[in-house]
Design a protein around this ligand. Structure first.
Ligand SMILES: C[S@@+](CC[C@H](N)C(=O)[O-])C[C@H]1O[C@@H](n2cnc3c(N)ncnc32)[C@H](O)[C@@H]1O
Length: 287
């Protein structure tokens, strides 16, 4: 399907945010007190060779603030998937997968299927780089090129997704970029395609979109050379947890700051910004 929306690659538009996240995971994986180990993140980040993200200011930020948060976020969603797989879910859909390498580094049950959806050029870059490293998926992996503002559901089905199998869905680092109608459609499609027992986890920034684009995030992203607020979708929309509750899902909210404390980590550099707003939602449909 040809999208009428803006397209990007790994060093442009929203694509570069996937690279920034991979840089954060690479920095985290190199720490002695690391919460995760992504053995592919460094090579993925290096292969893209972005001048913005290689600057000394950006790299310092990666080693501190970004790594602090990415370690917590990645570990939380790793554990979400491993619990879901152990709990009988048979497939996973990683929405806006970017340079996520879970299909290559987590221990999935035999026959487990992982669908990764992102824009074509982002997935191409990832596939080529991982191929050149000789990386082998640890699940049956399907890369699905689609724009999440279009009819991505058809592309997912064409790739072999089976809606009768309980699914673990993930929206990590995605909702800030989606316009409200695409977000509403995303939640509706997930609901429609979820067999009983399915699960969903979402990285959520609570509050208004204006708060999300505050001065602090602007200053931080300028040090990356990325104007993050300009990439965010600015319109307010309903809280995704409430939307899911209305559709019959059981929703749990964990503030990121509490998740971090549970892993023995404190967000020293941006405690204030994340005090209230950053939350991880985990939802389940009754079996
Ligand atoms: C911050 S990155 C997060 C990537 C990945 N989830 C992770 O945590 O490593 C945002 C990702 O969302 C993808 N994305 C944003 N809007 C999208 C859309 N409309 N369609 C497809 N992908 C999209 C970008 O291409 C990028 O890979």
């Amino acid at each position: 399907m040809t999208s009428t929306h803006e397209q990007w690659d790994i060093v442009s538009g929203v694509g570069i945010t996937a690279l920034a996240v991979a840089e954060g995971r690479a920095a985290e994986s190199a720490r002695e007190d690391r919460l995760i180990n992504d053995p592919y993140a460094r090579a993925l980040a290096d292969a893209a060779d972005s001048p913005q993200l290689s600057s000394p200011e950006a790299q310092e930020l990666m080693r501190t603030m970004v790594s602090d948060y990415m370690g917590v976020r990645t570990r939380f969603f790793d554990e979400f998937f491993l619990r879901a797989a152990a709990g009988g879910v048979g497939q996973a859909v990683i929405l806006a997968s970017g340079l996520d390498t879970r299909a290559f580094r987590l221990e999935w049950p035999s026959g487990f299927r992982v669908f990764e959806i992102d824009q074509a050029k982002v997935l191409e870059f990832k596939d080529q780089t991982l191929d050149s490293l000789g990386a082998k998926p640890t699940a049956e992996r399907h890369a699905v090129s689609a724009d999440l503002r279009d009819d991505w559901a058809s592309a997912l089905k064409e790739a072999g997704f089976d809606p009768s199998v309980p699914t673990a869905w993930l929206a990590e680092g995605l909702l800030p970029y989606l316009p409200p109608d695409a977000e509403a459609q995303l939640l509706e499609t997930i609901h429609e395609f979820s067999a009983p027992g399915s699960r969903l986890s979402i990285e959520h920034v609570a509050g208004t979109r204006g708060q999300m684009m505050g001065d602090e995030i602007k200053q931080v992203s300028e040090q990356w050379g990325i104007d993050l607020p300009s990439l965010f979708s600015i319109e307010d929309r309903p809280d995704p947890g409430e939307v899911l509750t209305g559709k019959g899902w059981t929703v749990r909210r964990d503030p990121s700051i509490e998740i971090a404390a549970g892993y023995g980590r404190k967000f020293a550099d941006f405690q204030a910004m994340f005090q209230e707003q950053s939350q991880m939602l985990t939802a389940q449909l009754q079996s």
